[in-house]
Design a protein around this ligand. Sequence first.
Ligand SMILES: Nc1ncnc2c1ncn2[C@@H]1O[C@H](COP(=O)(O)OP(=O)(O)OP(=O)(O)O)[C@@H](O)[C@H]1O
Length: 257
Amino acid sequence: MKTALRIENLSVHYGKFTALDNVSLELQQHTTLGLVGESGSGKSTLARVIAGLITPDEGQVVLGSQTLGKKRSREQHKMIQMIFQNPDSSLNPKHTIRQILAEALLFHKIVERSGVDKRCKELLARVHIDERSLDRYPHEFSGGQRQRIAIARALSVEPSILIADEPTSALDVSVQLSVLELFNHLKSELNLTLLFISHDLGVINAISDTVAVMRHGKVLEINPKEQFFTHPETSYSRELLAAVTRMPTSNIEGGIS
Ligand SMILES: Nc1ncnc2c1ncn2[C@@H]1O[C@H](COP(=O)(O)OP(=O)(O)OP(=O)(O)O)[C@@H](O)[C@H]1O
């Protein structure tokens, strides 16, 4: 298996508080790394550093064979896309879905202007939204549909790595499952590498190949999913698993039984 992304000795301090403490890990190509940990453990900070939204105080992010500097090129930005808990943070409410997708497609020169419409329709089809919705505005969709549109927007620039930070936490359980199925499907269809953050171990089980556990800004454990769920390495992981009193059932491939 090839390494898609490597992070080396990352530290981030907010004043005197250390949010990331010398974190190193690797994302293997075409796999999903599920990142778990209690609130405040540094998961979002790590995601934001990888996406280039925060500059770390120490350490580096290496994409393939390129070390990403403080100022990323447009091409480097495009390769790592992020999806947030609240899809509205990436969907301009004043723009139609067509405008939202077209802006990304043209900015990153993915298609010529004449090819925008066709590509917008393909992107919507990919996330199972009716192509006739292109002239509607974000508020005209449900939360689950808005998250699908945010995923289409992220995919529009053809990234190799997708970071999803609690993308299903704000959704109803039934909608959560369909969005998770979509991520699993897109991963295999588009050969994506995923970093998927969730505090929900049921979700992590349904989506991950590998699980990493964070606490107090450090990665405590990183292991194949099966090993994490059956033979967790640290007492903290055992506590996390013991704290789960109810796991949702799923029919997602590789999901919860
Ligand atoms: N801009 C900031 N300024 C100061 N402190 C911050 C800032 N952003 C995050 N923190 C602190 O850093 C720590 C890690 O935050 P982070 O959002 O990375 O954790 P998390 O594991 O994603 O938590 P959650 O699951 O609640 O989203 C928290 O204690 C948070 O309060």
